[in-house]
Design a protein around this ligand. Structure first.
Ligand code: PEP
Length: 255
């Protein structure tokens, strides 16, 4: 099965939660849970907790990511953070194009593409989020929406770089709502994404790319979602804030 060829990645998106002391406490609780696991474990923390998190994960298999990055290298962009700054602090991953950034902060497919290219050029692993709104699913245009997001996110990116990108399929209607896509809906969308990647880069590259599911994944539903052929991991919001719950999801990915 091709699933075995891919790295399972369980990433927590803390959003605007946890100060430095809370970040350190969480990581110390997570360390024994994450130790010796085959899957990659990532915590995407607020900018203000990055340094603390990087220090706390030292010598462990836990990786640290940011939740956004600017595409310019430097300059007059008040309030923004560059790829080089994230690398300097020790981050390895960055979430790009989360639906909350698209909804509240004017993120577009074009800026997702620019941020993704900048992250790749600077050596950060992008976790690129795509997913449809509820009205789009109800209007039966999920395929069209997600295909367009993928095409535009990957525009101008060659196969070697594309293979470094992680994709998170996150139906907007399932994020933070307690509504989870069914296992079949998650599989169908992740397979659609892989088919589109195959069209862009060929099957070997598409088969090597990790595609996560995100949207109210939790300790109770993770195992079934992660068992699906094209679901290679999870991007987890609410359930990533408690080490025990996040640990159960990591265990599910490890099995
Ligand atoms: C997310 O923020 O990416 C997410 C999936 O959130 P939640 O798990 O809370 O739905």
């Amino acid at each position: 099965m091709n699933k075995q060829l891919r790295k399972a990645i369980i990433a927590g998106n803390w959003k605007m939660n946890k100060n430095r002391a809370e970040a350190e406490l969480f990581i110390n609780e997570l360390k024994p849970i994450a130790a010796d696991k085959n899957c990659e474990v990532v915590v995407c923390v607020p900018f203000t907790s990055l340094a603390t998190a990087v220090e706390a994960v030292g010598g462990t298999n836990i990786k640290v990511g940011a939740q956004n990055v600017h595409f310019e290298a430097s300059g007059a962009f008040t309030g923004e953070i560059s790829v080089a700054m994230l690398k300097d602090i020790g981050a390895e991953y960055v979430i790009i194009g989360h639906s909350e950034r698209r909804q509240y902060f004017g993120e577009t497919d074009e800026t997702v593409n620019k941020r993704t290219k900048a992250a790749l050029a600077g050596g950060l692993i992008p976790i690129v989020c795509v997913g449809e709104h509820l009205w789009e699913r109800q209007a039966n245009i999920t395929e069209e929406v997600v295909s367009r997001q993928i095409k535009l996110a990957f525009a101008g990116i060659d196969a070697a770089d594309a293979a470094k990108i992680v994709i998170a399929y996150e139906p907007v209607w399932a994020i933070g709502t307690g509504l989870t896509a069914s296992n079949e809906q998650a599989q169908e969308a992740c397979k659609l994404i892989r088919d589109r990647l195959s069209g862009l880069y060929g099957k070997p590259v598409a088969d090597s790319i990790t595609i996560q599911y995100g949207g109210s994944m939790n300790a109770g539903n993770a195992a079934e979602l992660l068992a699906k052929e094209d679901v290679d991991g999870g991007l987890i919001g609410g359930a990533s804030l408690k080490a025990a719950d996040f640990g159960t999801i990591i265990d599910a990915a490890n099995n």
